[in-house]
Design a protein around this ligand. Structure first.
Ligand code: FES
Ligand code: FES
Length: 155
């Protein structure tokens, strides 16, 4: 297995990371960089809990080989949402609406909501549901997640 070092911007910080050809992005984040917010819920791209943003777009990090990332790619994880003590508006809205229980899905869900709102700042409930399709919440917090989206897109 060949090893190499790639340069990435992770949560706004330039990082060089050693990977093997078969290193998954999820494993690189969790095991090499200690960023544990993205979680492995299914390993097959079906649950959304491993979602991170690649150049602003949500992807399943359990399906992405780190070796296929372009040099300098920007990866955002939930660890990068808050600015020091100041929470991101998405985090505030999830807290205000109680949009989680066990929080296993929450990191991926918040990043997906952030990407949704970057694309469409005032999504209808149907648009939000369609966008978040594929993000599973085993605790069934969907109504509260939708309320958080409404809070973020409301007047
Ligand atoms: S762990 Fe990647 S989609 Fe479920
Ligand atoms: S809050 Fe438990 S899986 Fe979503």
């Amino acid at each position: 297995m060949s090893r190499r070092t790639i340069s990435l911007k992770i949560n706004g910080e330039d990082r060089r990371v050693e990977i093997e050809d078969n290193t998954l992005l999820l494993d690189m984040l969790r095991d090499r960089l200690g960023l544990k917010a993205a979680r492995d819920g299914c390993s097959v791209g079906a649950c959304g809990s491993c979602t991170v943003l690649l150049n602003g777009n949500p992807i399943s990090s359990c399906l992405k080989l780190a070796s296929t990332l372009p040099e300098g790619a920007e990866i955002s994880t939930a660890e990068g949402l808050a600015d020091g003590e100041r929470l991101d508006p998405v985090q505030e809205a999830f807290l205000e609406e109680g949009a989680f229980q066990c929080a296993f899905c929450t990191s991926g869900m918040m990043l997906a909501v952030k990407a949704l709102l970057a694309e469409n700042s005032t999504p209808t409930d149907e648009e939000a549901k369609t966008y978040l399709n594929g993000h599973y919440c085993r605790c069934g917090s969907y109504p509260e997640i939708l309320k958080a989206v409404r809070r973020l897109s409301g007047p």
